[in-house]
Design a protein. Structure first.
Length: 209
């Protein structure tokens, strides 16, 4: 995610180029895992990390959350802002590299981190910083691609170490300070060239005591 290495697949330039390839990369719909885990939460302040084109952030905003959406790609953020304006929703969109910059604002009642796969040397510090941004009584929600997916044929971040199970997140959380509400590896069906493929998600929903 470092902006200093413009050739890196985690750089702002790389993500801008990927988004610019198409009019939209993602479906625009809210991620079902967010609905499952946050649908019953009382609205408050939320940080959507890696918000992309804004599907999750806008879903939260429409339900009364005060949302900050952060992403590396300005192209994605511009699309998210345009959609927010069309729908009459207010989201604070910010471009930031959270590997090298502090988490903006906070603390938050919900920190939502979906499919943020970074190299292992920066993983612990980044996810610890995101956990630290959760307010007492607030939720840290992490959803990621599980290592089992590398054998499915679906597109995933390259490199086995980029995919991770729940323990990589829970190992960073002090049990005295966190209630582990959900630690799971649920499966779902995804289309691959017209054929259904079973993929696995890592899901961690922790609440700060």
């Amino acid at each position: 995610m470092s902006e200093h290495d413009e050739q890196s697949p985690w750089s702002a330039r790389a993500w801008d180029e990927r988004y610019a390839e198409k009019g939209a990369i993602w479906s625009g719909r809210v991620n079902p895992r967010l609905v499952e885990q946050a649908g019953d939460l009382r609205p408050g302040t939320a940080l959507d990390v890696g918000c992309g084109e804004g599907g999750d952030a806008l879903w939260l905003a429409a339900r009364g959350w005060k949302v900050t959406g952060v992403d590396l790609s300005q192209v994605a953020l511009d699309r998210a802002a345009a959609r927010a304006a069309e729908e009459g929703l207010d989201v604070d969109w910010r471009r930031a590299d959270l590997v090298e910059e502090p988490v903006p604002g906070g603390p938050y009642d919900l920190v939502s981190v979906f499919f943020l796969h970074v190299p292992r040397p920066v993983f612990d510090d980044l996810y610890a910083a995101l956990a630290a941004a959760v307010a007492p009584g607030g939720s840290l929600l992490v959803v990621a691609h599980h290592p089992d997916d590398q054998h499915t044929g679906v597109r995933r971040p390259q490199g086995e170490d980029l995919l991770f199970g729940p323990d990589r997140v829970t190992d960073l959380l002090d049990e005295a300070a966190w209630e582990l509400r959900v630690v799971d590896t649920p499966t779902r069906t995804q289309d691959l060239d017209g054929q259904p493929v079973t993929v696995t998600d890592t899901v961690v929903h922790a609440v700060r005591r």
